[in-house]
Design a protein around this ligand. Structure first.
Ligand code: WTA
Length: 690
C-alpha cells in the first residue's frame, strides 16, 4: 500500500508515488485522559475550519487577540503590514520575549514551577545528573549573564555567537541575549571550526559563549578548542587584529583548554559575581531577536533573520494549539511535561524547547546526550522516570528506534505520554505507524509539524483534538497560514498533483531577511512564484508537495540542491566545496541517496587531480577532511571516484543522473574506489538538461 515519497525533479515536475489511505480519528479528551477533565482547545475539524477561515479573513483581529495573551510594554499601532517581501507585525509595539518567558509567569505566581528540567548524559552510580530550574531560577541566572555581557560592553543590536552543548546554560545564554536585545547566533555543536569562522564573519560577531566541551556518547567534543581554531583561522586571514573580543567559557566536561588571558573568561568568574537584577530591554516588535544560519544552494551560509514580536506570537500560539497546552496554571501535578529532543542549535530547539514553550508556562525537558547512550532505551527511560506527557522528535530518530527494536520501549512504562510530535523531513508512513503503535500505544495523536527555519514556527500540522490524521501527511495549515501547491505559473495544481509548496500571505513568524544579503533574500524566497492575477510574490518554501482530495498536504522534500540528512538541511554545494578544498580533488558532486536511518544519506562523486590515486586511504582522508571542514554531520556515506562528472552542455552537473546512480548503490558501505566514468552514462542516455 505504501512506498517512499519520490524525489522531486529539479523544476517542480514532481511525481507522487505515495498512496496512503489509512485514517485515524482524533481521540476524545476523555479517551486520551487529559488531566482534570481538560478539553481539547479545538475539539473538531469544524471548529478548526471556522477558526482558520476567520484567521485568513481577519488576520488583524485574529492575531491581535492571541497577542494580547502575552505581555507588551506598549501596544501596537497595526497588527500586520505586507509589502512583499517585507512583513511587519505588531508595528509600534514594544515587548521582550525573555520577559514573556520568565517575568510573566513569576508575576502570575508560578515562579517556583520548573521551567527547565535537565538531564545530563553521563550516568553515574546514583543515576544521571538532573537539574530543575524554576522560572525564578532561570530569571536570576539569565539576568546575571545579561549583566556580565553588558559589563563586557555588549549592547543592543550586537550579535552574540553561542556554541555550546545541551546544558541548562545554553537556554540561559539565549534568554540573557534576548533580555538585553543582543541578537544571538547559535551554532550547532556538531559544526567545525571552519563553519564557526564563516558564521562569526558573516554576523560581524565579536562575542562568543561556549563550553570547554560537550558530552556525546561518553566522549568529549572539544568545543572551546573549535572556537580557538575558528578565531585563529580568522586572525591568520587578517593578521594584526583580534577577530573576537570576548569568549565566555562554561566548564562542563573539565577537559583541558587553552587560554587566551586577554580574551577568555570562565562563565563562573563573570556570572557568579554579577547582579541578578537586569530589567528587560524594551524591544521594538521588529527588532532582530536572532540570526540562525541555514544551508542554501551556494556555499555561503545564510543567516536567517527573525524579529521579536511576530516570532514570539507565532511560536506561542502554535505551541499552545498543536500541543494543546491551554493554560495549565492550576493543573498542579498534572501539568504537562514536554520534551523536544532537538538540539537548541537548530530552529526546532529555539522555537519549541524555549521560546514557544516557556510563555505557555509549561516545563520543558532538556536532555544533554544521545538516544543510545549508555543504551538504546535511554529516551524511554527518561520518559518513564520523569513522566513525560509530550514527546517531539524527528523521523530519523524514529527510524533508529525501529532499527533498535520495539523491545526497548516495551521495557518502560510510557503511559504518561499524551501527544507525539515529529519534524524535520517527510515521515515515512511505516515510521509513523511504528511511532503510533510502539510509543503511542495506538492512543496518542501524532502531530507531524511541517515548517522551516525561515517560517519560525509550525505552518502545517494537525491540531491533535481536531484533525483526523493520515500516516505521512502533515495534514492542514495552522491558523493564518495560506499554504498552496502551485505550478511555476502560480496556479494551484489539482488534487494529488505534485507541485511547489508556497505560502500566499504573511504570517507572524515569517523570515525578515537574510543577514547582509537583501538580494539573496528576495531571490531565494520571493521571486520564483507569483500570484498569477496580481504578480505579487508568494513565499516559496523550496519544497515540493501535493494535496489530496481532502486538502491534506503531503510534503515530498526539497526541490533544490539542498539535501535533508537526518532532519538537517545541508547545502550540497558546501560539502562539494569542502571536498574540492582537499588537494587531491579537482571536482566533486554531492547528491542525496536513500539511507535506512538518516532518510537521506550523502553520496559524493569525486574527480581527482592528475597523478592522484583512488583508494581506501584517500577515501578515509576525504571523509576526515569533510568532518573537519564542516562537521561530522556532513560526512559522506559513500564516495565514488570518477574520471569525469556527467554534465550538460552548459556545464551544469547532471544531479538527477547522479541521484539515480547513487540510489542504485546496493550496499552503501561498499564504496567503489576504482575510477569510473559516469559521464559515459549521460552520453548513453542522451540526457541534456540545461
Ligand atoms: C523539511 C526544520 C516534511 C522540509 C523545522 C523543510 C519536513 C525543511 C517536515 C526545513 C515535515 C521539516 N514533513 N518535511 N513535518 N519538517 N521538513 O529549516 O523540506 O531545518 O523545507 O527546519 O525540512 O528544515 P529546517
Amino acid at each position: 500500500m505504501t512506498t517512499s515519497p519520490s524525489q522531486p525533479g529539479p523544476s517542480g515536475d514532481i511525481d507522487s508515488v505515495l498512496n496512503e489511505t489509512r485514517l485515524f480519528q482524533p481521540p476524545s479528551a476523555a479517551e486520551l485522559g487529559l488531566p482534570g477533565g481538560a478539553q481539547w482547545l479545538v475539539p473538531s475539524i469544524g471548529a478548526y475550519r471556522e477558526m482558520h477561515r476567520r484567521s485568513i479573513e481577519q488576520p488583524g483581529e485574529f492575531w491581535g487577540s492571541i497577542a494580547k495573551e502575552l505581555h507588551w510594554f506598549t501596544p501596537w499601532t497595526s497588527v500586520v503590514s505586507w509589502s512583499p517581501p517585507d512583513a511587519r507585525w505588531f508595528d509600534g509595539a514594544t515587548t521582550n520575549i525573555a520577559y514573556n518567558c520568565l517575568e510573566r509567569q513569576i508575576q502570575a505566581g508560578l515562579g517556583d514551577r520548573t521551567a527547565i528540567l535537565w538531564e545530563g548524559e553521563p550516568v553515574g552510580p546514583s543515576g544521571p545528573e538532573v537539574r530543575r530550574l524554576s522560572y525564578r531560577d532561570l530569571l536570576c541566572e539569565s539576568s546575571k549573564l545579561a549583566n556580565a555581557l553588558k559589563a563586557m560592553g555588549v549592547r543592543k543590536g550586537q550579535v552574540v555567537t553561542i556554541y555550546m552543548g545541551m546544558v541548562p546554560e545554553l537556554p540561559i545564554a539565549l534568554l540573557a541575549c534576548a533580555r538585553i536585545g543582543a541578537p544571538h547566533s547559535v551554532i550547532f555543536g556538531g559544526f567545525s571550526a571552519h563553519a564557526i569562522a564563516d558564521r562569526l564573519t558573516d554576523a560581524s560577531s565579536r562575542t562568543v559563549i561556549t563550553c570547554d566541551g560537550a558530552w556525546r556518547r561518553g566522549k568529549v567534543v572539544p568545543l572551546k578548542e573549535n572556537v580557538d581554531a575558528a578565531v585563529s583561522q580568522l586572525e591568520k586571514a587578517k593578521p594584526g587584529a583580534a577577530a573576537v573580543d570576548h569568549v565566555i567559557c562554561l566548564k562542563r566536561c573539565g577537559n583541558t583548554v587553552e587560554w587566551n588571558a586577554g580574551r577568555d573568561r570562565w562563565w563562573h568568574d563573570v556570572v557568579d559575581k554579577a547582579s541578578d537584577q537586569c530589567p528587560a530591554e524594551r524591544m521594538n516588535s521588529e527588532d532582530m531577536l536572532f540570526l540562525l544560519y541555514t544551508s542554501g544552494s551556494t556555499g555561503k551560509p545564510k543567516g536567517i533573520v527573525h524579529t521579536t514580536g511576530g516570532y514570539m506570537v507565532h511560536v506561542y500560539a502554535t505551541a499552545k494549539y498543536a500541543w494543546n497546552f491551554g493554560d495549565p496554571a492550576g493543573a498542579g501535578g498534572d501539568a504537562p511535561l514536554y520534551w523536544c529532543t532537538a538540539d537548541i542549535g537548530w530552529v526546532t530547539g529555539h522555537s519549541y524547547i524555549l521560546y514557544g514553550i516557556l510563555p505557555n508556562r509549561v516545563t520543558s525537558l532538556m536532555f544533554e546526550g544521545a538516544p543510545n547512550f549508555p543504551a538504546e532505551d535511554r529516551f524511554w527511560d527518561i520518559v518513564e522516570r520523569h513522566r513525560v506527557t509530550h514527546f517531539y522528535t524527528a523521523p530519523t530518530a524514529i527510524r533508529a528506534f525501529m532499527k533498535w527494536g520495539e523491545k526497548h520501549p516495551k521495557k518502560h512504562d510510557l503511559s504518561s505520554l499524551r501527544i507525539l510530535g515529529t519534524v524535520g523531513e517527510p515521515i515515512n508512513p511505516e515510521a509513523w505507524m511504528w511511532y503510533r503503535e510502539h510509543i503511542g500505544a495506538d492512543r496518542c495523536p501524532i502531530v507531524d509539524t511541517w515548517w522551516q527555519t525561515e517560517t519560525g514556527g509550525f505552518m502545517i500540522a494537525p491540531l491533535p483534538g481536531a484533525m483526523p490524521t493520515k500516516p505521512g501527511s502533515c495534514t492542514l495549515p495552522f491558523f493564518g497560514v495560506d499554504a498552496a501547491v502551485v505550478n511555476e505559473q502560480g496556479h494551484e495544481v489539482g488534487a494529488n498533483k505534485g507541485g511547489l509548496l508556497v505560502i500566499r500571505r504573511p504570517w507572524p513568524g515569517i523570515i525578515r531577511g537574510v543577514h547582509g544579503d537583501r538580494d539573496r533574500f528576495v531571490q531565494t524566497y520571493f521571486s520564483r512564484v507569483r500570484d498569477p492575477a496580481t504578480g505579487q510574490a508568494y513565499y516559496f518554501t523550496g519544497d515540493g508537495a501535493r494535496r489530496d482530495a481532502d486538502g491534506y498536504f503531503w510534503v515530498m522534500g526539497r526541490i533544490d540542491d539542498v539535501i535533508n540528512v537526518a532532519g538537517h538541511r545541508l547545502g550540497t554545494m558546501e560539502i562539494e566545496s569542502a571536498l574540492v578544498s582537499h588537494p587531491a580533488v579537482v571536482e566533486a558532486a554531492v547528491v542525496g541517496m536513500p539511507h535506512d536511518i538518516k532518510g537521506t544519506g550523502i553520496a559524493a562523486f569525486v574527480t581527482l587531480g592528475s597523478g592522484q590515486r583512488a583508494g581506501e586511504d584517500l577515501r578515509a582522508a576525504l571523509l576526515e577532511h569533510v568532518s573537519r571542514e564542516i562537521g561530522p554531520i556532513a560526512r559522506p556515506d559513500s564516495i565514488r571516484f570518477t574520471d569525469a562528472l556527467p554534465k550538460t552542455r552548459s556545464g551544469k552537473i547532471m544531479r538527477r543522473l547522479l541521484r539515480d546512480i547513487a540510489s542504485g548503490v546496493e550496499n552503501i558501505r561498499q564504496d567503489t574506489t576504482t575510477l569510473e566514468d559516469y559521464s559515459i552514462l549521460a552520453k548513453l542516455r542522451g540526457d541534456d538538461e540545461s
